[in-house]
Design a protein around this ligand. Structure first.
Ligand code: AP5
Length: 217
């Protein structure tokens, strides 16, 4: 299955992507994770991406599309993938359609995680991520047993630089202006399915997997 997850910052895309990708046995490809890994390694791509990420703005389309093109050319993505955080603009969506058409294939479905802005702010302000294994936690909704230490691997937890209140506000504006139009873009293709992404994580996963069933997931 070739699947895209779309939803505002903090909707739970990263959290759900892990479960859904495992369920579908496809690789999870997160543009945010790829950018963050380049930032921490200090690569030229990371240096360029960091100034946009720190400001809560989108990295330019050309940079992002080239990065995804390279990632999708890797062998593990040949039979299917879950894209988390890409596409995020209409030009990115059009580029993805073209890229897949050139490979003789197409997206199967786009899953939209629906949550309101107040919930997003609650989720992002309490998010913590493990430096060791990347597992996403929340200080209130999904807390670790020992503060600051990952229950899964014992790694140290950190708070993302772009989870500050002023940056969250910019990210929400960027989403409304540049990414929300994708709902109409994929709706017109008959590929969009939206689910309520509020409530316990496990309930959202069940809703997601149910919704994907009719698309062959
Ligand atoms: P990216 O990393 O993609 O950030 P995002 O879309 O803003 O999404 P988040 O990772 O913040 O949230 P999420 O939806 O994954 O939520 P999560 O599961 O963590 O992008 C970062 C930056 O990179 C962008 O701003 C941009 O600069 C750049 N970038 C990336 N892709 C790009 C692209 N295509 N084009 C251009 N630029 C790009 O959950 C959030 C919190 O909520 C966690 O603490 C979690 O534990 C908790 N939670 C999850 N589910 C629930 C639940 N059901 N109930 C209670 N809490 C929950």
């Amino acid at each position: 299955m070739r699947l895209v997850l779309v939803g505002p910052p903090g909707a739970g895309k990263g959290t759900q992507a892990e479960f859904i990708a495992a369920h579908l046995a496809v690789p999870k490809i997160s543009t945010g994770d790829i950018f963050r890994s380049n930032v921490s390694q200090g690569t030229p791509l990371g240096i360029e991406a960091k100034r946009y990420m720190d400001a809560g703005e989108l990295v330019p389309d050309e940079v992002t599309i080239n990065m995804v093109r390279d990632r999708l050319a890797e062998p593990d993505a040949s039979e299917g993938f879950l894209l988390d955080g890409f596409p995020r603009t209409t030009p990115q969506a059009a580029a993805l359609d073209k890229l897949l058409a050139d490979l003789g294939t197409a997206l199967d479905v786009v899953l939209e995680l629906v949550v309101d802005d107040d919930e997003v702010i609650r989720r992002l302000s309490g998010r913590r991520t493990c430096r060791g294994c990347g597992k996403i936690w929340h200080v209130e909704f999904d807390a670790t047993t020992r503060e600051g230490i990952c229950d899964r691997c014992g790694g140290e937890l950190f708070q993302r630089d772009d989870d500050k209140p002023e940056t969250i506000a910019t990210r929400l504006r960027e989403y409304a202006e540049k990414t929300a139009p994708l709902v109409d873009y994929y709706g017109a293709q008959g590929k969009l399915v939206g689910i309520d992404a509020t409530g316990p994580v496990e309930d959202v996963t069940v809703r997601a997997i149910d919704a994907l069933r009719s698309y062959g997931g």
